[in-house]
Ligand binder design. Structure first.
Ligand code: E4P
Length: 213
């Protein structure tokens, strides 16, 4: 499973990329607004660090989605155009696919939406599991259903588990065979940690000190 960082902060991407475990980045308009930096510069800087950076269109009609997406794709070959799961979005995804531009369908909350995006040719789809959990639904259950549907069909579209909230989400996504999981910075920082690793290392080092002359 590929691991992406869900952020618009270039320093965070630098830090996690240095671990040698980062396959890409997902951004969205809210994350970009939080950082308050120039969008193009941010995307370009991230593209120099990882091979896949999702940049979301903010237009809602086909013509303007296509115009915006084409511009993003011209910035760098690592850009993936992120398109919302609407009927205009499906048309734009189909257009981008026919023109060799990679897409990530965002705001996917159901299996029918996932299937339509795959049929339109999306490179990846982003089901938002945390937001489903937030309203009392079963986010990971959606991933389970999508992965089962994917087993019976021959969709090339990768399933990107989005809106993750804690490390267990990453474990469950991997166990269900999801292709990609995008993880917020605060959650990513928790992934290498285990109290037994810390106490074990402390003991090894203090024992080692005892035998040093
Ligand atoms: C994914 O591409 C989205 O940017 C993200 O995972 C949304 O997560 P949120 O529900 O925590 O905002």
């Amino acid at each position: 499973m590929k691991l992406f960082l869900d952020t618009a902060n270039v320093e965070q991407v630098k830090e996690i990329a240095a671990w040698g475990v980062l396959d890409g980045v997902t951004t969205n308009p809210s994350l970009v607004a939080k950082e308050g930096k120039d969008f193009e510069e941010t995307v370009m800087a991230m593209c120099d660090l990882v091979p896949c950076v999702s940049a979301q269109v903010t237009a809602t009609d086909f013509d303007n989605m296509v115009m915006q997406g084409k511009e993003y794709a011209s910035w760098h070959k690592h850009v993936v155009v992120k398109v919302p799961m609407t009927t205009e979005g499906l048309k734009a995804i189909h257009h981008f696919t026919n023109h060799g531009i990679k897409t990530n369908t965002t705001l996917v909350f159901s299996v029918p939406q996932a299937i339509l995006a795959a049929k339109a040719g999306a490179t990846m789809i982003s089901p938002f599991i945390g937001r489903l959990d937030d309203i009392g639904e079963d986010g990971m259950g959606l991933i389970e259903e999508i992965m089962e549907a994917w087993q019976w069909n021959r969709f090339k579209t990768e399933v990107l588990v989005a809106s993750t909230r804690h490390p267990r989400h990453i474990v469950e996504a991997a166990m269900l065979g999801a292709h990609i999981c995008t993880v917020p910075y605060e959650v990513f920082k928790k992934l290498p940690m285990h109290p037994l690793t810390d106490s074990g290392l402390e003991k090894f080092l203090s024992d080692w000190k005892k035998v040093q002359k």
